[in-house]
Design a protein around this ligand. Structure first.
Ligand code: NAD
Length: 510
């Protein structure tokens, strides 16, 4: 009788050991629930998750009131950009997601006797860390995508909008998810950091570049993958032939909706010098006509005031013109501000993200100059181009470094569209939310590869032992795959066939 193989208890997974102060049971439960959830078909998951859209619609007024109270945006924006956008996103994900998550064949011409299937797999336990500026639609969209893909999800909403974060938990109740699959953990950056230390399988972070760096550093210690949706200094480019009335209305809305606290808000205007004054004066007039009580969102996060004050002071020190605004009405409203003047390109308000109701206006001399000025800064989520000549604008669009370029509209509008992948280039981050690409961020591709026509019970000719015939086989194989015409391909195939037969005849079968 052979001796029993000694067994030792399986070590606990490292994500449980990593953080002593976390509710480890909760995380353990999430892992267990995920294994159950991953066995549910994507179609069934979609049916369950679609009920969250029904819940949103049923609780619309309550949610709008809560968003208005905690975040300070206008009800029209809470309806359109938060509740409505979330409903659209969930419905689209539940309609289009299951097909994207289905296994699909991949042709492998190099191995005609084999077939391969690519099957998107859930990461397991994903961590979603969110900001406060779209406190419902940003986290909810990522949570639904994560769950639809078969993951357990932990959401750490912003500490500045915790009530909305908590409500998300109750919005998911009608989906009847396995107990423990979805968790909301409230707290500040330290809590976010300890959640990363607990080693989820992937982190979806939306927030500032400074925090994004910390998140990536912490994730690198494991390592685990991250998706970073960061800020930007998004521009509107106004060409000399643009409809200045339309473009100025677009700039004012794009720069000041939600109090300018939008990752893709118009932070910079790049205006053809020949129309610069005509355009900027229209923007100023329309900005001054805004009504703080009904048009503007309040400053949600008091920490933002430090940035506004620094940018305004820097502009004053440089002798730039504050064409309108620059003053606080009460503690949490900054009047819509437009800053212009020579040398603005060196200023903080032009070069850094303000994330508030301040727009910096600069000029350019040619289309090439506009592109160079746009691309010279550190990131790019979106950019808008206004021109009467769509072909000219579309040609420029190809050369602008940004995740989304919009012609004759404000690009920020498009954040609400579920079909379009959303994300930046450069220091605005990487990875995507929204669209099929955004859904697939919550998966990794597993390949299952099988014989195409039954079991081939002989040793492959490229296995050991090596010899001259194998070298020749590989040489011709490369030539066959690299052939760009039928004659070269046929010649390589014939030579390859010869080596193959020789090898098969000379080698043992297995
Ligand atoms: P932030 O970086 O201060 O905080 C974002 C989240 O990270 C919060 O939940 C916070 O608690 C958490 N956090 C802070 N420190 C952490 C740490 N060390 N580890 C883990 N988590 C930590 O950003 P904010 O002020 O909430 O949001 C504003 C920023 O978000 C702006 O820069 C804006 O452009 C960006 N943003 C980007 C997008 C996008 O889609 N690209 C969308 C919305 C907002």
């Amino acid at each position: 009788m052979s001796a029993a193989v000694p067994t030792s208890p399986a070590p606990p997974p490292t994500w449980l050991m990593a953080s002593a102060d976390l509710d480890t049971l909760r995380l353990q439960n999430a892992r267990a629930a995920q294994r159950e959830w991953a066995q549910v078909s994507p179609q069934q998951r979609a049916r369950q998750l679609s009920r969250v859209a029904d819940a949103l619609l049923a609780r619309e007024d309550e949610l709008v009131a809560l968003i208005q109270r905690e975040n300070g945006k206008q009800p029209v924006e809470a309806l359109g950009h938060e509740v409505g956008a979330s409903v659209a996103n969930i419905r689209w994900l539940c309609r289009s997601g299951p097909d994207a998550l289905a296994p699909h064949p991949v042709s492998i011409a190099e191995m005609p006797h084999r077939r391969a299937t690519q099957a998107p797999q859930p990461w397991g336990l994903v961590l979603v860390i969110s900001p406060w500026n779209f406190p419902l639609s940003i986290p909810l969209g990522q949570v639904i995508a994560g769950l639809l893909a078969g993951n357990a999800v932990i959401l750490k909403p912003s500490e500045i909008t915790p009530e909305i974060g908590s409500v998300i938990e109750s919005l998911l109740a009608p989906a009847a998810l396995p107990a423990g699959l979805f968790n909301v953990v409230l707290g500040d950056g330290q809590v976010g950091a300890s959640l990363i230390a607990a080693r989820p399988d992937k982190v979806f972070f939306t927030g500032s570049m400074a925090t994004g760096r910390k998140v990536m550093r912490a994730a690198a210690a494991h390592p685990i993958p991250v998706c970073l949706e960061l800020g930007g200094v998004d521009a509107m480019i106004v060409l000399d032939d643009a409809d200045l009335d339309l473009a100025s209305s677009a700039a004012v809305w794009g720069g000041f909706f939600n109090g300018g606290q939008v990752c893709a808000s118009v932070e910079r205007l790049l205006v053809a010098e020949s129309v610069r004054e005509a355009f900027v004066s229209r923007v100023v007039a329309k900005a001054q006509a805004l009504e703080p009580a009904t048009d503007l969102g309040r400053i949600t996060a008091p920490k933002q005031r430090e940035i506004y004050d620094r940018h305004l002071q820097d502009a004053r020190d440089r002798g730039l013109q504050i064409r309108c605004g620059g003053e606080y009405v009460g503690p949490d409203t900054l009047t819509p501000t437009v800053i212009d003047g020579p040398g603005i390109e060196a200023s903080a308000v032009y070069r850094e993200e303000t994330f508030g109701p301040i727009i910096a206006a600069a000029g350019f001399r040619s289309d090439n100059d506009a592109i160079a000025r746009h691309n010279a800064l550190w990131g790019g989520l979106t950019v808008s181009i206004f021109s009467a000549d769509e072909r000219r604008a579309t040609a420029m669009a190809q050369r602008l470094d940004a995740g989304l370029v919009s012609v004759n509209d404000v690009a920020a509008t498009l954040h609400a569209l579920p079909q379009l992948p959303w994300g930046g280039v450069g220091s605005s981050g990487f990875g995507r939310s929204h669209g099929i690409e955004g859904l697939l961020e919550f998966t990794w591709p597993k390949i299952i590869e099988t014989p195409r026509a039954g079991h081939l019970g002989f040793k492959r000719p490229w296995w050991f032992p090596y010899g001259a015939d194998q070298t020749e086989l590989m040489r011709q194989h490369g030539r066959l795959l690299g052939a760009t015409n039928v004659r070269d391909g046929a010649r390589a195939a014939a030579a390859m066939g010869k080596s193959f037969v020789k090898l098969m005849l000379g080698a043992p079968r297995t």
